[in-house]
Write a protein that binds this ligand. Structure first.
Ligand code: B16
Ligand code: MG
Length: 217
């Protein structure tokens, strides 16, 4: 039976992708090239430095390591300005009700995010108290699709990976769940999340009953 639910943050519980986009776009602008919303899709679920490298390849430039670090820090400063102003109104539809239902039903809940800013977001949106374990980019070495982030989450919860379900909006995140030996539910489009055990368009479609039904066989 399922004992724990592990949630990705950006794209599943909150829509911080729009702030990442604004900050990356501003950086591209300063460097003298365009960065579109479509380009931004490629950065979802990807770590900060890997995101920067994708952005720089779009601009066709390859600065040295010190410059790259400075650019990533600059982008992060702008991004942090946005997320420090976030509040509960930015929790994605259905997320809070589902978390409340999971807690009431005795399910263990963990965060599995690539972001180094996850705590700021969880505190500002008042979501932090719903988590029994929080694993984010400050605790991991390898990025998704490596399973590290979810395996650490299961370990902190003291639950076998086979009894865990991962909620993810990124293909690399579903891959990470599979490699961790966990079940998964994609939040978004079946076109990109086809490898998940099931796909929902938002957490509004989720309930404890639905969860049990999906994985009953
Ligand atoms: P930071 P998730 C990911 O969060 C984002 O989807 C991705 O766009 C971002 O680059 C990454 O976090 C790192 O974030 O710069 O704040 O450390 O989807 O894994 O919750
Ligand atoms: Mg995500």
């Amino acid at each position: 039976p399922i004992r724990a639910c592990l949630f990705d943050l950006d794209g599943v519980l909150v829509d911080t992708a729009k702030y990442h986009y604004l900050a990356w776009k501003r950086l591209a602008g300063e460097l003298g090239f365009e960065f579109t919303e479509q380009d931004n899709e490629r950065l979802k679920g990807v770590s900060r430095m890997a995101s920067l490298d994708i952005l720089l390849s779009i601009g066709g430039i390859s600065p040295d390591d010190d410059t790259r670090l400075a650019l990533a820090e600059k982008k992060n400063g702008w991004y942090v300005d946005y997320i420090t102003r976030m509040d509960e109104s930015e929790i994605l539809p259905g997320a809070l009700d589902f978390l409340k239902e999971l807690k009431a039903g005795g399910m263990l809940v963990a965060l599995g995010s690539a972001s180094k800013n996850a705590m700021t977001i969880l505190n500002n949106t008042k979501l932090a108290p719903y988590f029994d374990a929080i694993v984010d980019g400050t605790k991991t070495v390898s990025a998704k699709p490596d399973p590290e982030v979810f395996l650490l989450g299961a370990q902190e919860l003291g639950v076998d990976p086979a009894a865990c379900v991962v909620f993810e909006d990124a293909e690399a995140g579903i891959e990470a769940a599979i490699r961790a030996g966990m079940r998964s539910i994609g939040v978004g489009s079946p076109a990109t999340l086809g490898r998940a055990g099931a796909v929902v368009s938002s957490l509004r479609e989720m309930s404890l009953r639905r969860l049990e039904k999906i994985f009953s066989s």
